[in-house]
Design a protein around this ligand. Structure first.
Ligand code: URA
Ligand code: CA
Length: 441
């Protein structure tokens, strides 16, 4: 088999065989096929596209390029959740406890990575003493006994995707549905999930700016899941503004605690109940999404969700009294308001720019080596549809450096789109894609 022939075949719009797909993925991972040939193939795929079978084969080949985590020692159906981008991943801190409290095993292995804020692990480290270091046996035991554990990611998952994604990133070949869907699903499948709930963001702050392509991406990922025997559901959700109010590490943990107490932001609460409902259905703890939602609402109301968070924190060496006394979380030296420069209605809040404004404060890592400041971040007070008066506080900055606070303030003001005409708040959940079809709301 020759790489040249595979490139030409795809350039001419033909379908690649399973063997051809395995050949280039294996060859590229091993360093036997050069970047320039794979770049050419990615561009050919970009223009000629891949069908469902080719997409599933590419995904499988990328899964098989590295380790596959074996979660079989854990009882029950392991349901994982994935969000396509967005600012902060506060949802995991809420979904983990409520879903675990409903009996669905949550075996989360997270990385730290780069981002506007830290990852789930960094955030949980706001609890003094919290650690993800434990032998794999202990991790499995915790999930079996408590239904939840958060471990550090050490396995080498889908290395072919890592290499291909980096190459696509510099050759203008990222935005092809098959390649994106395969890339995301390969990592989820390799991490050992039996079933997957996808939060596919749509809007200005999302990877997919328009709704139709978001539905298309969700469909593509559900098809891959179905093809490889992983029950998959995609929920399409709005990202024309950041989710919730808080962007930062300790700030998001506090917001998660509020939400677990039933006092969180409406959009964040709604998203967690929706995603969680589908996780319960896939985990066979509820017959349908409506029944699942009632179970989750009861878990929040009865305090079982917040109790589960405490149990998780305590099991991993953290101080659980922080949950009841949030003043114990790290606090920065500067707390300053951002005020509106004009009267009007909030039309949009660029989520990426708010994320960068938090990154500037030190909430996230710019390089792998950077330290995270757990205390800093941003809390928004105004969201889409809200009316603001000139001089009114639209956000609060939590900082440890006055210069960074100023830079962040300018970015936040720019991120807000304030207009004269009245703006209505938009629904958060746009639709659901399952193996049985699409429902649009
Ligand atoms: N996220 C991924 O993990 N892969 C893509 O290709 C695009 C977004
Ligand atoms: Ca958030």
């Amino acid at each position: 088999m020759r790489m040249y022939d595979i490139i030409m075949k795809k350039r001419n719009g033909e379908e690649l065989t399973t063997q051809e797909i395995n050949f280039f993925v294996e060859g590229y991972t091993k360093g036997e096929i050069p970047d320039y040939q794979v770049s050419a193939l990615m561009m050919a795929i970009y223009f000629q596209k891949m069908n469902k079978r080719e997409t599933a084969d590419l995904t499988k080949a990328m899964v098989d390029s590295g380790e596959i985590i074996d979660l079989s020692a854990i009882e029950g159906i392991k349901v994982d959740k994935h969000s396509t981008g967005g600012v902060g991943d506060t949802t995991t801190l809420i979904l983990g406890p409520i879903v675990a409290a409903a009996g669905v095993p949550v075996a989360k292995m997270s990385g730290r990575g780069l981002g506007h804020t830290g990852g789930t692990i960094d955030k949980l480290e706001s609890f003094d003493g919290f650690s993800v270091e434990m032998p794999i046996e202990k991790f499995m035991q915790n999930v079996n006994e408590k239904k939840i554990a958060i471990g550090g990611q050490t396995a080498n998952l889908a290395p072919a995707d890592k290499k291909l994604y980096a190459l696509r990133d510099v050759t203008a070949t990222v935005d092809n549905m098959s390649l994106i869907a395969g890339s995301i699903m390969s990592k989820k499948i390799a991490s050992g999930a039996d079933a997957i709930v996808l939060d596919v963001k749509t809007g200005s702050g999302a990877f997919m700016k328009d709704e139709n392509s978001s539905f298309e991406l969700a469909q593509e990922m559900v098809d891959i899941g179905t093809h490889v025997g992983r029950n998959t559901v995609g929920v399409i959700t709005d990202m024309d503004q950041p989710l919730g109010f808080a962007v930062g590490n300790a700030l998001e943990v506090k917001e998660a605690i509020d939400t677990l107490r039933g006092e969180g932001p409406a959009d964040l609460t709604e998203l967690c109940l929706t995603l969680g409902s589908h996780m319960l259905v896939l985990g066979e703890k509820a017959k349908n999404a409506e029944e699942a939602r009632e179970i989750l609402e009861d878990i929040i109301k009865s305090g079982k969700g917040i109790a589960k968070l405490k149990e998780l924190v305590e099991a991993q060496g953290g101080n659980p009294t922080y949950v009841d006394d949030t003043s114990l979380f790290p606090i920065p030296s500067i707390v300053e308001p951002v005020v509106a420069a004009e009267d009007g209605y909030v039309k949009g809040i660029k989520a990426d720019d708010i994320g960068i404004a938090a990154l500037v404060l030190g909430a996230g890592r710019e390089t792998k080596e950077s330290d995270i400041d757990l205390a800093v971040g941003i809390v928004l007070h105004k969201k889409i549809g809200d009316f603001v008066k000139k001089g009114e506080t639209i956000a609060t900055i939590y900082a440890n450096d006055a210069k960074k606070q100023k830079t962040s303030e300018e970015m936040i003001i720019k991120a807000y789109d304030i207009v004269e005409e009245e703006i209505k708040a938009k629904p958060l959940i746009k639709g659901i894609v399952t193996k049985d079809g699409i429902t649009k709301f």
